[in-house]
Design a protein around this ligand. Sequence first.
Ligand code: 4AD
Ligand code: MG
Length: 463
Amino acid sequence: MKHTKINKLITENIEHPEITVKGWVRTRRDSKGGFSFLEVNDGSCLKNIQVVVDHSVETFQKYASQLHTGSSVAVCGPLVRSQGKEQGVEIQAKEITVYGGANPESYPLQKKHHSFEFLREIAHLRARTNTFGAVMRVRNRLAFGIHKFFNDKGFVYLHTPIITAGDCEGAGELFQVTTLDLNNIPRVNGKIDYKQDFFGDKTGLTVSGQLQGETYAMALSEIYTFGPTFRAENSHTSRHLAEFWMVEPEMAFYDLNDDMDLAEEFIKYLFHDALSHCAEDLEFFDARIHPGLLENHRLICDAPFERVDYTKAIELLGKANVKFTYAPEWGCNLQAEHEHYLSETVFKRPVMVFNYPEKIKPFYMKANEDGKTVRAMDVLLPKLGEIIGGSQREDDYDILLQRMRDKDIEEKEYQWYLDLRRFGSAPHAGFGLGFERLVQFVTGMENIRDVIPFPRTPKNAKF
Ligand code: 4AD
Ligand code: MG
């Protein structure tokens, strides 16, 4: 018989002569009066459905010894108004099947509360907890919202390659891809002979789809990529993964202000969308994980983001009445502590910092007339820090070439990229949003390892 998702039964909240649900037992409680009460969850929503089983039900007798926390079941029977105080519905089981038991001696999810550290060790089972079910439903909605936002605006979803020869951000964080025999590496004059490698070239996993995205923006006007990106950076923080998902819109005929407008509209849209489609899960996060979360989100949805020039930001940090670990100096990257100070103490809202020094930014950003800064922007969120990095791109052939030479970038390898400035060049801009950081912010989860199904971090690619 076809089964119904628990989510549908709970939201509709109407009685039914006979339905079937399938899911996993969260708890079992036996009463003295010859009944068992099961809480069953199928992941379609946070709530469980209560199943009442009379011990005289034939199939209960057959399966009783296997019905424990963690078992998978099918339950069939009428859906009736619950006697409990919540005025919901419950199933009076007429028939019950256990597909697979879960031995209480060995099934690890017995307690109501497990630490996130413990759950990371059993990432294959943590999906069966309230928190991880909620995280993944919110993550799913945010991914859907991203596609909806851009498609409604007429952006084209572009699939950029995972394997590439270029290091877009120039930070040397490429994971290498090779089929060379590591025990017998071919060399010419002491140097590795990549001609013999699979692609005949040194290749790696992409750190960003931006450069390829630009080629299609210069034809389709507005595109976005949304896919996995990889960075071999040895960061052990609650904000970094070695494999993360990034959304990268790229737009022809946009300048830096247009870029910032889009970034702000995008973030606000995603919050609204999640608030209206994941209300139950977000209320759970607000109550159990991050008190005040929903209030914060509403503030972000309503107030305009602050926009501040990098030079001004450094000035504000210089005047701050706090002792930073890293002194804020013009020409240095903003550290997490600086980002937090700006968004949490100075402005108390999301902040976009723009016009960064040329020296600390990649080669492709458009130079300002001052000769010192480039049209870069970062979006900083309170408590989280950087969620978006973007820029207007250098569209002048000669200036771009000069910047590549200054930064020791192989011209030959980027000839295709330079061509975009030789043929029909146009002002254009874009940004990258770290998807897991977005999920972190929306759910209030502390650690980025807990918002992706299987986190990849230094020394950890288990599962
Ligand atoms: O600031 P980033 O490095 O910018 C770029 O890659 C540009 N090519 C984007 C563009 O203009 N199209 O990265 C963009 C965002 C960061 O703001 C951050 O949210 C996220 O990607 N990010 C990470 N998220 C998780 N783990 C990491 N190791 C991350 N590195 C960057
Ligand atoms: Mg960045």
